[in-house]
Design a protein around this ligand. Structure first.
Ligand SMILES: *Cc1c(COP(=O)(O)O)cnc(C)c1O
Length: 385
């Protein structure tokens, strides 16, 4: 089977993990600090906080933005459920902004219209989470200017996008947002097994993220209600979690970071080969905005329903029969039963629904060979002719 995505682990990655296993620290320790500083430096952000998943990072990012009951969070319907669930963890409500038909990212036009209506109705969101779908940055400059006009906080869900750039600068630098979140799940660009990170340029937000990652506990006397009783002393000053990353994971992360550019370059060259080999088929290839250098987490094609009778299910089935595990990103979040129970329904976000009915994520990962890719290309030509 050729999967749609998979990790690349080399001997250096393995040695880095083994070294930690032989050291004094297994849980959060020096390797986590090193990983945070390597990622912050790469992204040119001031602070980074490593946690055990992007889901956890989204949760504490929302809490650090003071999202709570009575507040609203908006995100894209074309994302993994975690980008929306984080609002509900905080007791806030979720709504969605339909996608752009070319990038499949949150549409800035739809966002602006929805904000105008919300401002009239007194229902503006506190937080907006744009998702850099497939690794291609959203139009952050426009989103940041709307954030300024309407007073919401931007948290970038960059789970697909480490190693990508926007207007020549690394995704994650938080120039246009309060915080940026990465995922290190094995199908993503680099991996720590499970893991995530939140980046910010704000020292206070950083301090809050660090505290929320570990039970809401502080060891900073300036934050305490009384003098420390002794060197053992700490205080819990708010409700936090155990969202810590282990040093075992972080060591893998540091090692993977040294391969990040190579991974993204390889993804680009495979994407270019797809672009060339799939010309002429009744499909739409991934459109790239000139402001973005994608991390190419996904290579998504869209069936042209005018030029082919085949639907995406038939194509998926013929690929699978040929040993190719294509996938589909994403089932629009608002159509999940859990979200339907909140009142969302078909037709609410037509562009995302239309996209879902026609799209396929083809296999794309750095260790994919050209032979394997030729196989996918040939199968696809067969299935579509
Ligand atoms: C993978 C993913 C997440 C969740 O990441 P985890 O590290 O698995 O928690 C969140 N948002 C998006 C867009 C993702 O692709």
């Amino acid at each position: 089977m050729i999967p749609y995505g998979r990790q690349s682990i080399n001997d250096d990655d393995i040695q880095a993990v083994v070294d930690v296993l032989k050291s004094d620290w297994l849980t959060q320790g020096p390797a986590v600090e090193r990983f945070e500083s390597v990622v912050a430096d790469y992204c040119r952000a001031d602070h980074a906080v490593a946690v055990n998943s992007a889901t956890s990072a989204l949760h504490i990012a929302c809490l650090a933005a003071d999202l709570g009951p009575g507040d609203r969070l908006w995100t894209s319907p074309n994302t993994f459920v975690a980008s929306a669930n984080c609002a509900l963890y905080c007791g806030a409500t979720v709504d969605f902004v339909d996608i752009d038909p070319r990038t499949y990212n949150m549409s800035v036009t739809r966002l602006e219209e929805k904000l105008e209506r919300a401002a009239r109705d007194g229902k503006l969101p506190k937080v907006v989470i744009p998702v850099h779908f497939a690794g291609q940055s959203c139009d952050m400059e426009s989103i940041a200017s709307l954030a300024k006009r309407y007073g919401f906080i931007v948290i970038e869900d960059a789970s697909h996008a480490i190693g990508g750039r926007y207007k020549g600068e690394p995704v994650g630098n938080c120039r246009y947002s309060a915080m940026t979140v990465f995922s290190f799940h094995p199908v993503k660009i680099i991996t720590t097994g499970e893991g995530g990170m939140a980046l910010t340029n704000n020292a206070e937000v950083h301090e809050k993220l660090v505290r929320l990652r570990s039970h809401g506990i502080t060891r900073d006397p300036a934050k305490m209600t009384e003098e420390p009783h002794g060197p053992w002393y700490y205080q819990q000053i708010e409700l936090g979690y155990n969202y810590r990353m282990t040093d075992i994971q972080a060591a893998l992360g540091v090692s993977q970071m040294s391969r990040l550019d190579e991974f993204v370059t390889r993804r680009h060259s495979l994407a270019k080969r797809y672009d060339e080999a799939l010309q002429g088929l009744p499909i739409t290839l991934p459109w790239q905005h000139s402001h973005a250098y994608s991390a190419f987490h996904l290579y998504v094609i869209r069936l042209d329903s005018v030029r082919t009778q085949k639907n995406h299910r038939e194509i998926h089935e013929s690929l699978r029969a040929g040993g190719i595990q294509a996938n589909l990103h994403y089932i629009p979040v608002h159509t999940q039963p859990f979200y339907r129970r909140m009142g969302f329904k078909d037709g609410d976000f037509p562009e995302a629904e239309h996209y879902y009915a026609e799209s396929i994520s083809l296999p794309l990962y750095p260790t994919m060979t050209e032979q394997q890719q030729n196989n996918v290309i040939a199968m696809l030509h067969g299935a579509l002719s």
